[in-house]
Design a protein around this ligand. Structure first.
Ligand code: ATP
Length: 472
């Protein structure tokens, strides 16, 4: 089912007003809904066509929710089942969850509760489907993309289309995005798809070279230009004649270098240190930054004239957490590579591991994803990666990594503070719930009472963190 199309939902309940109400609430969400009033009709419908989510009452005549669930588990294991139960029969709902229901809704429930549980089920189902597809045919499902750029989110499609449009021009490109989002990969893709593809591609990390060293690396020097210049040395621009030079971390250059690059961009001429004759070369330039250059211009820490000269064709690489649908395809891509490298034949991720990958924050973006998969491939002893093989994706690691961040802007500071707060609170709330439940043999009422919290609130908190009674 495509992401645009709404999910198809079947409601099964012998109380017609419940069916109608559910239908009314869910139709507003652009879901396609149908209802039937008994288990037998439900099984007939389910045999006719497939549904993404089935919401079923437990007790209904001869064929109840248990039978519907059992039939679905055997025949359509990917359909998510939500069980509606009367308060008294919560324990049977819990039993049903142990046999594979996605969640349960105690009666009476509010429209918001229904919407939330259905949205969660639809989301979970997407993950399960995408994961299964990728597990069965990892490569056939990869769209054909330029230069190994994996992903099919709208954002990555836009990047690819921008690469295709600009590659075969000589336009200067400015790539921006957080660390590890794929800026260098995009620079290489531009080069590989340009008429310069059989010429050299030079990547220069401006962040690691000091001003004078960077200058001599880029422009070269003549013997005697400075004390250590024992002989002439060609610079990168000269060596890259006909090709592409990728200048990474351009925000780290001095105003002096920026001025020289500005002149070079205007004329494609440069003067090696200690020389008197200008050289002219044919080089395409691609710049990258993980800082907000316009802000640096406003703060006068980046030259404005240079900024406008390089801001010709900007391409923004969004962080991985903002294009979640790319996570699993990229993960499977790395898994394939690493299987080959390490002589393993791991077929994929189990649903829980896939969910963890999808819901993680990925501060280090695709680079971090690759490292995580590499570690998982090393740790994995079966043919499927489980969360045991993803030990570093825990909340604590996440919080610690956030605490190491050095925000560069106020907006970033606010975002990071908010994330630390949310994750830390989530960690404490989960500890609180698990501790109370464990002390009370997973009896929710007793656990709630012991902590002094209302049972429904306690239960809502459990739901928020996906803590199910069956976990006990
Ligand atoms: N869409 C993608 N598909 C496949 N691999 C990707 C993708 N994006 C990034 N990668 C891989 O992720 C790693 C990091 O990417 P890259 O070095 O291009 O990031 P970057 O933005 O240049 O990082 P930095 O700012 O730290 O230099 C590389 O191994 C790269 O091949």
């Amino acid at each position: 089912m495509s992401e645009q199309k709404a999910a198809r939902i079947l409601i099964v309940d012998d109380e017609v007003h419940i069916c109608r109400n559910c239908r009314k609430i869910l139709s507003k969400q652009a879901y396609e809904t149908e209802y039937v009033l008994d288990g037998r009709s439900a099984l007939e419908k389910l045999a006719e066509k497939s549904y993404d989510v089935v919401i079923t009452d437990v007790k209904m005549g001869r064929i109840g929710g248990t039978e519907v669930l059992k039939w679905l588990r055997e025949n359509h294991p990917e359909t998510m089942v939500i069980v509606i139960t009367g308060y008294a029969s919560v324990s049977s709902a819990v039993e049903l969850m142990k046999t594979g229901a996605f969640d349960y809704l105690p009666k009476p429930f509010t429209p918001d509760e229904l919407r939330q549980v259905v949205a969660d089920a639809v989301e979970q189902q997407k993950i399960v489907r995408q994961n299964r597809r990728l597990m069965q045919e990892p490569y056939q499902h990869m769209p054909r993309l330029s230069h190994q750029l994996i992903g099919s989110s709208p954002q990555i499609r836009k990047v690819i289309s921008m690469i295709q449009k600009v590659a075969d021009t000589d336009a200067t490109v400015l790539l921006s995005g957080e660390s590890g989002t794929g800026k260098e990969l995009v620079a290489r893709a531009i080069h590989a798809n340009s008429s310069r593809h059989d010429k050299v591609f030079f990547g220069v990390d401006c962040g690691t070279l000091s001003g004078s060293l960077l200058e001599s690396e880029l422009f070269g020097y003549r013997k005697g230009a400075f004390t250590d210049a024992q002989k002439d040395k060609s610079g990168i621009f000269e060596l890259a004649d006909g090709g592409t030079v990728f200048l990474d971390e351009i925000s780290n250059t001095t105003p002096d270098i920026q001025g020289k690059l500005l002149r070079f961009l205007d004329t494609r001429e440069f003067l090696p240190l200690g020389d008197t004759a200008h050289r002219r070369v044919d080089v395409r330039l691609i710049f990258a930054t993980n800082r907000e250059l316009n802000q640096m211009v406003a703060e006068k820490s980046f030259r404005e004239d240079f900024y406008y000269r390089i801001y010709v064709y900007p391409i923004y690489l969004p962080p991985l957490r903002e294009r979640k649908s790319d996570i699993l395809p990229i993960a499977y891509h790395f898994l394939g590579q690493l299987n080959n490298q390490r002589g393993k034949s791991i077929s994929g991720f189990d649903p829980e591991a896939a969910s963890r990958l999808l819901n993680y924050h990925w501060p280090g973006n695709v680079r971090q994803l690759r490292n995580v998969i590499e570690r998982a491939v090393i740790l994995c002893e079966t043919d499927t990666i489980t969360i045991q093989d993803l030990p570093h994706l825990s909340d604590i690691d996440d919080i610690e990594r956030l605490m190491e961040c050095v925000p560069e802007t106020n907006a970033e500071l606010i975002r990071i503070k908010k994330e630390i707060r949310q994750k830390a609170v989530a960690k404490v709330e989960k500890n609180f719930l698990l501790n109370a439940l464990e002390q009370n043999d997973w009896n929710i009422s007793r656990a709630a009472r012991q902590t002094g919290m209302q049972r429904p609130n306690f239960q809502n908190l459990m739901k928020k963190y996906g803590i199910r009674p069956s976990s006990g």
